[in-house]
Design a binder for this molecule. Structure first.
Ligand SMILES: [Zn+2]
Ligand SMILES: [Zn+2]
Length: 354
């Protein structure tokens, strides 16, 4: 419609009256970035705008960029469009983008999660007429365990391994998930060792005031076979099956991801354990978040777009899909589901909607 505050363009989601993009996937002049995951924050834009807690992670990935930052709730006006950022509860610095112009209010969610996790500002519903939502886990089968249940499981696995003299290698995305695990585990069980891809992100979180237990690198003095037998080791999924893992000898491995809810994913990953853990809202979370905005119109950007659109339409909302190129950071590993037909694919949101 001509009055829309956000439309889909080949470069990304575009705000016509404001002349800027939200999380564009091609280089543009002005990009509002919801968070620093690589499919949302890309190289090559002339100007970036993001939450101030995204500055560290954006610069760690993109180097010296022309970046303006905002606090949550701080309003700026650009070409008559009032723009503000609001907590999305996804990773450190993640934000929903609220746009107000000509009496209309639109909110673009980026990625979000409704349960607070202690490592980023919890999600807040922002009232709006039109809500642009993700739907990465937009199927009724996706229901996450509570944080307490999840960490009881992880702690139990680690404790048993430590008692039996085995390292506990937990594969998880380096930005967001690793810091949630560090924040949530019982650090009294044993030492914690992190892969080189994880520690720079830990530093950004600690600088933002997030409490994380002490972490060691495998190259640190005192990190020997005896220590590793009791350790929790956090590594990105791409480390799985590489020579880096050999130093852990007889270890137990596990993978932390929302996809672990699916029977068969853990087996295909070739790990001993799967922990159901996601930085995205589960099915009830998506419904709760969408209802919380009071929006009458909903656009769905990535994930299970068709299912979510149908559900929203059946519930009396005006809903449609937006074609985007967002992926899913859970699926970065070489052994990811993209090489296994029959699983929800990392790129599903990029191609499967109209
Ligand atoms: Zn994300
Ligand atoms: Zn995403």
């Amino acid at each position: 419609m001509p009055d829309d505050l956000v439309i889909a363009r080949p470069e990304g989601l575009y705000c016509p009256p404001g002349d800027f993009y939200i999380d564009p996937w091609r280089p543009v002049d002005r990009a509002v970035i919801t968070h620093a995951h690589s499919d949302h924050a890309r190289f090559g834009h002339a100007h970036y705008l993001a939450h101030r807690h995204s500055a560290g992670t954006l610069r760690a990935r993109l180097g010296e960029i022309n970046l303006q930052t905002l606090d949550y709730g701080e309003v700026i006006v650009h070409h008559g469009v009032k723009l503000s950022l609001h907590p999305a509860g996804h990773v450190l610095g993640s934000a929903q983008v609220r746009l107000e112009h000509g009496g209309r209010v639109w909110v673009a969610s980026g990625d979000y999660k409704t349960e607070p996790d202690g490592t980023c500002t919890p999600f807040e519903p922002v009232p709006c007429d039109t809500f642009i939502t993700e739907s990465t886990f937009g199927l009724p089968i996706y229901r996450w365990p509570s944080q307490a249940e999840l960490f009881a499981e992880i702690n139990g696995w680690w404790r048993t391994n430590a008692e039996q003299g085995r390292a506990s290698v937990l594969l998880c995305y380096a930005f967001g998930k690793a810091q949630r695990i560090l924040h949530g585990v019982d650090a009294g069980i044993g030492p914690i060792v992190v892969h080189g891809a994880v520690e720079p992100l830990n530093a950004v979180y600690r600088a933002a005031g997030v409490v994380l237990p002490p972490t060691l690198r495998v190259t640190d003095e005192g990190v020997d076979a005896a220590l590793l037998q009791r350790a929790l080791v956090l590594a990105p999924p791409s480390a799985h099956g590489t020579p880096w893992m050999r130093r852990f000898g007889n270890y137990s491995d596990a993978f932390a991801s929302g996809w672990m809810q699916l029977r068969g994913t853990r087996r295909r990953r070739g790990v001993d354990r799967g922990f159901v853990m996601s930085d995205h809202a589960d099915w009830p979370g998506l419904q709760q978040a969408i209802a919380g905005t009071g929006a009458e119109r909903v656009f769905v950007t990535h994930g299970s777009v068709a299912v979510m659109v149908r559900w929203l339409t059946e519930n009396g909302l005006e809903a449609q899909g937006f074609k985007t190129e967002y992926g899913d950071e859970d699926m970065e590993a070489p052994t990811a589901a993209s090489s296994h037909p029959g699983l929800p694919l990392a790129g599903e949101g990029a191609t499967a909607l109209s």
